[in-house]
Design a protein around this ligand. Structure first.
Ligand code: FAD
Length: 400
């Protein structure tokens, strides 16, 4: 028997929110999505869409449109500043035709919003939800400018790493953050960085540069590349007080081929700072409430999984609600997401200090460790599956 249809409120129009909205509306639920921005505004560096995320975009019916703008990535290549390869993982190892996709946030958001419009989701732009309470077992949402909207059977919190609402689940949740983050910039790809790889250069544990070809923006135009440069968040203000040329010089020191890209940067206003969250929650649901995406499990982007995990959360929740009524569906959701989410949280916390920390002594150990593990077929496979977002999903390839 089909579970009864629900009135559902979703807070946040990033990745998890709109994906959940479309899938739940298609199941016949009444869905209202609240977003604090006044209009569709995606900010953020390029990101790597993984095979795990592609499965969900296919379910949403927007995979081909999204991939039309993407750079097809088949390799993660990490070099030491001496030029030696530290890691070289290829998607092809997990299945013929598997690949990642370098993309721009606005491209993904544009197509998610188009899918919401097609599904006729009720979207309330300009609503910043500051609190929610219950009356007769149903949620009432309150916005910062005093507006209220009521009568929701289920509240889906998808308001990102700095969530104000995750505490409503009553299961404890904290964002510890990382002391490290990144400076990032999106520029024209003059052909120096191949379209088909995520290229990274490391020097010790304090310097790391990432260059990801991210296809084309919505309006077509030149192929683009995103630059990520590791920084200690505490040093951000000091860096910004110095001439931009000093910042560029340290990148050139370990990656001379970035000269053309860096020439496109003439001032600090072109360089943005990203802080990494580390959200820990004991449980991702409470009574009539569930927390998805970064609000539930933000992590450092070392493994490039955030968008993909947010999409998979939405898909899993919709599937649980298609099979079971409310309380059981949320229990099942927790059970089905636990393995993948706990694995990626653990792996990211473990991996981050090897690439972003003050522990320079880890650097020679890293060289030996990765040197050995990339020669062991099982270890290579686990690393490649982890990169592709497929650990804990029960899938062995992109299923594209
Ligand atoms: C530098 C960097 C690089 C990254 N690289 C990758 C990568 O390669 N691959 C990858 O998969 N992930 C990557 N990520 C992570 C990825 O960006 C996030 O994990 C992903 O966007 C999470 O989606 P979300 O829907 O949970 O939250 P978000 O995208 O943060 O969306 C939250 C939404 O909620 C809205 N909101 C917030 N509060 C309220 C409120 N009170 N009321 C109403 N609306 C509200 C916000 O305006 C926003 O639209 C990276 C992150 C960083 C910082």
């Amino acid at each position: 028997m089909k579970p009864p249809s629900l009135r559902i409120a979703i807070v946040g129009c990033g990745t998890a929110g709109p994906a959940a909205a479309v899938l739940l509306k298609r199941l016949g639920h009444e869905v209202v999505l609240f977003e604090r921005a006044d209009e569709c505004k995606a900010v953020g560096a390029g990101f790597l869409l993984q095979p795990s995320g592609m499965v969900v975009l296919k379910e949403l019916g927007i995979l081909d449109e999204v991939l039309a703008h993407a750079a097809k990535v088949d390799r993660l290549h990490v070099l030491d500043s001496t030029g030696d390869t530290l890691l070289d993982l290829r998607y092809g190892e997990i299945g013929k035709g598997s690949f990642g996709a370098g993309l721009h946030r606005p491209v993904l958001l544009h197509h998610l919003i188009a899918a919401m419009n097609e599904a006729e989701v009720d979207v309330r732009w300009g609503w910043e939800i500051e609190d929610a309470s219950k009356s007769d077992g149903r949620w009432i949402l309150k916005s910062t400018d005093g507006n209220k909207c009521s009568g929701f059977d289920l509240l889906i919190v998808a308001d990102g790493a700095r969530s104000k609402l995750r505490d409503l689940a009553g299961t404890g949740g904290v964002n510890r953050g990382y002391p490290w983050g990144a400076h990032w910039f999106i520029g024209k790809n003059d052909g120096v960085f191949p379209e088909n790889e995520l290229y990274q250069v490391v020097h010790g544990t304090r310097r790391l540069g990432g260059f990801l070809a991210t296809g084309r923006d919505l309006d077509g135009g030149d192929p683009l590349v995103s630059l990520f440069w590791s920084i200690k968040i505490g040093d951000d203000a000091a860096w910004r007080a110095r001439p931009i040329e000093e910042w560029k010089r340290q990148i050139l020191d370990i990656c001379p081929k970035s000269a053309g890209l860096l020439d496109q940067i003439t001032g600090w206003d072109q360089v943005l700072t990203a802080r990494y969250g580390d959200v820990r929650m004991r449980r991702w649901y409470g009574e009539g409430i569930v927390v998805l995406g970064d609000a539930a499990h933000a992590m450092s982007p070392q493994l490039g999984q955030g968008v993909n995990l947010a999409l998979a959360d939405a898909s899993c929740l919709a599937d649980c609600l298609a099979r079971h009524p409310l309380p059981e569906a949320l229990v099942l959701y927790q059970r089905r997401r636990r393995l993948a989410l706990r694995y990626y949280q653990f792996a990211t916390r473990w991996l981050t200090p090897w690439f972003q920390s003050d522990h320079e002594w880890l650097s020679p150990i890293r060289r030996v460790f990765f040197g050995i593990s990339r020669r062991i077929p099982l270890a290579r496979l686990l690393m490649t599956l982890s990169m592709a977002g497929l650990v804990g999903t029960g899938r062995c390839s992109s299923e594209k």
